[in-house]
Design a protein around this ligand. Structure first.
Ligand SMILES: *[C@@H]1O[C@H](CO)[C@@H](O)[C@H](O)[C@H]1NC(C)=O
Ligand SMILES: *[C@@H]1O[C@H](CO)[C@@H](O)[C@H](O)[C@H]1NC(C)=O
Ligand SMILES: *[C@@H]1O[C@H](CO)[C@@H](O)[C@H](O)[C@H]1NC(C)=O
Ligand SMILES: *[C@@H]1O[C@H](CO)[C@@H](O)[C@H](O)[C@H]1NC(C)=O
Length: 383
C-alpha cells in the first residue's frame, strides 16, 4: 500500500530504541561524553477529536492501531500551542581522525521505542557502532534522546504533549545553539557550520518535518528505516504494542499512553530479518523504550520538504517488513519514490537497500557496509 506523506496515521514508527542505563551503553570510546541542552520551545501540536480513555490500556492500543490502519489518521480537532522549557540529553563524540573542515556534526535521532543508545550498538562492537564509524571518518556526532525517551524522566502527557511536532521544534532550538557563535548554552566544545541529520524510522519522519519547516537548519539528510510504503498490517501484527507500564517495572510510573513492544519475539519479528546476531534482539528488547499515542497518532507535520535543496541519502533494509515490504516493488524503488515525494528539490538524491537486512539496519550483519556507504556519500558531498 502506498501511504503517502499526507497519510499521517501510518506515518509513524519504528525505530530503534531505549534505555535507562545509558552509561552502560556508552561507546567504549574515551572521546564520547554525555551532554545536556536546555531549550525553550513551542509547537502547534495536534488535538485528537476522540482521544482514547487514558486509563484504559486496551482503548489506547485500539486507538493507535486505528491510527495506523486509517490512512488519514485519527480524527483531529485542530491544533493547540504547547510550550515549555525542556532538557535534551545527548551523547557527544568527537572525531578520532581529523578532517579538513572540522565544523561538521551529525545529529543522530532514534526511532520509536528506542533511544540514543541504539546508535552505539548495545556493546556488540564497533561493527554496530555508528559513533565509532562516524568519528573514525572525521565527523563529530551528537546522539540525542527525543522528548520523553531515554534519560528524559519528565513523564509528560503522552497524548497532548509528546508528539513529533514538538520534537522538531526542540531539535530546531538545539541546532540553533550548535550553530551560534560563543553560545553559552552550548555544552559542546565548539560551534558547527554544517549539520547532517541522521534519522532512523520515526526519527526520519521528524527530520522530514524539520527539513520542511527549517530547511536552513540542515546541510544533508540521511533518512534511514523509512519509506512512504509503510505496511500497517506488519506494524500491528508484529510489534504487538502494549502499555509500557504493564510491560516492565522500570516503566511503572509511565501513563498508559506510553506503549512498547509486547515481547522479545514481537520485537525480533518487527525489527529484524535476514542475517543478524541473535543475541542482539534480546539485548534490544531488554533496553526497549516507548512510543506515545501522540507520536503515533499525529504526524501532520511531516509534509514533503519542498525547497530543501541539500543532499539526501535514503536507506532501508531490503527485508524491512515495515517499510520495504511488498510483493511487487523492489526496496530500492520504494526508497527512490520516497525520496522523490518527500525531498522533491534535493540537490542530490541516492538510495541504498542493504540485502539480508531488516528494519534496524545498524543492528544487522550488513551494518558496517551500510555505514561505509553512508559515509562515502557524505564524504563525496563534504570533502
Ligand atoms: C478515518 O479518518 C477519517 C478522517 O480523519 C474519518 O473520516 C474516518 O471516519 C476514519 N475511518 C475509520 C474507519 O476510523
Ligand atoms: C474542538 O475544539 C474546540 C476548541 O478547543 C472546542 O470548543 C470544541 O468543543 C471541540 N470540538 C469537539 C467536538 O470536541
Ligand atoms: C567549513 O565549511 C563551512 C560550511 O561550508 C564553511 O563556511 C567554512 O568556511 C569551512 N571552514 C574551513 C576551515 O574550510
Ligand atoms: C504487509 O505485511 C503483511 C505481513 O507481513 C504481508 O502479508 C502483506 O503482503 C504486506 N502487504 C503489502 C501490501 O505489502
Amino acid at each position: 500500500m502506498l501511504s503517502g506523506p499526507l497519510m499521517p496515521g501510518i506515518f509513524f514508527i519504528l525505530g530503534a530504541l531505549i534505555d535507562h542505563v545509558s552509561s552502560a551503553v556508552l561507546p567504549p570510546s574515551p572521546l564520547c561524553r554525555p551532554v545536556v541542552f536546555s531549550v525553550h520551545a513551542a509547537a502547534q501540536n495536534g488535538v485528537f477529536l476522540y482521544p482514547p480513555n487514558p486509563n484504559s490500556a486496551q482503548d489506547i492500543v485500539d486507538f493507535i492501531h486505528g491510527a495506523y490502519t486509517n490512512t488519514t489518521g485519527p480524527l483531529m480537532n485542530g491544533t493547540v500551542t504547547v510550550e515549555g522549557d525542556f532538557t535534551v540529553n545527548g551523547i557527544y563524540c568527537r572525531p578520532t581522525k581529523p578532517r579538513l573542515n572540522q565544523t561538521t556534526l551529525q545529529i543522530l535521532v532514534h526511532g520509536a521505542s528506542y533511544d540514543k543508545s541504539m546508535w552505539s550498538g548495545y556493546g556488540f562492537g564497533d561493527d554496530y557502532n555508528w559513533q565509532a564509524k562516524a568519528t573514525a571518518r572525521g565527523y563529530h556526532t551528537l546522539a540525542i534522546d527525543r522528548l520523553a525517551h531515554g534519560d528524559d524522566k519528565q513523564y509528560l502527557d503522552p497524548f497532548k504533549v509528546v508528539q513529533g511536532t514538538l520534537d522538531l521544534e526542540i531539535l530546531h532550538q538545539v541546532i540553533n545553539i550548535l550553530r551560534a557563535d560563543n553560545h553559552h548554552q552550548n555544552p559542546l566544545p565548539q560551534r558547527f557550520q554544517r549539520i547532517i541529520y541522521v534519522g532512523h524510522s520515526y526519527g526520519t519522519i521528524v527530520g522530514v518535518g524539520l527539513a520542511n519547516k527549517y530547511p536552513a537548519d540542515l546541510d544533508a539528510m540521511v533518512a534511514t528505516g523509512f519509506t512512504v510504503f509503510l505496511n500497517s498490517t506488519a506494524i500491528i501484527n508484529y510489534l504487538q504494542i502494549t502499555s509500557a507500564a504493564l510491560s516492565s517495572p522500570r516503566f511503572a510510573q509511565l501513563p498508559y499512553g506510553y506503549v512498547t513492544s509486547l515481547s522479545e519475539a514481537s520485537r525480533e519479528l518487527s525489527f529484524y530479518s535476514g542475517a543478524y546476531d541473535p543475541r542482539i534482539p534480546r539485548a534490544d528488547y531488554a533496553r526497549r523504550d516507548t512510543l506515545t499515542a501522540g507520536e503515533a497518532g499525529y504526524t501532520g507535520f511531516a509534509t514533503p520538504a519542498f525547497g530543501f535543496a541539500k543532499p539526501v541519502l535514503l536507506t532501508s533494509g531490503e527485508q524491512d517488513k515495515i517499510t520495504c515490504n511488498s510483493p511487487v516493488l523492489r526496496c530500492a524503488d520504494m526508497l527512490a519514490t520516497t525520496g522523490a515525494v518527500l525531498f522533491p528539490d534535493a540537490g542530490v538524491r541516492e538510495v541504498y537497500a542493504p540485502p539480508n537486512t531488516g528494519h534496524d539496519l545498524t543492528l544487522h550483519y550488513s551494518a558496517p557496509e551500510t555505514m561505509r556507504v553512508v559515509h562515502d556519500f557524505l564524504d563525496r558531498n563534504f570533502a
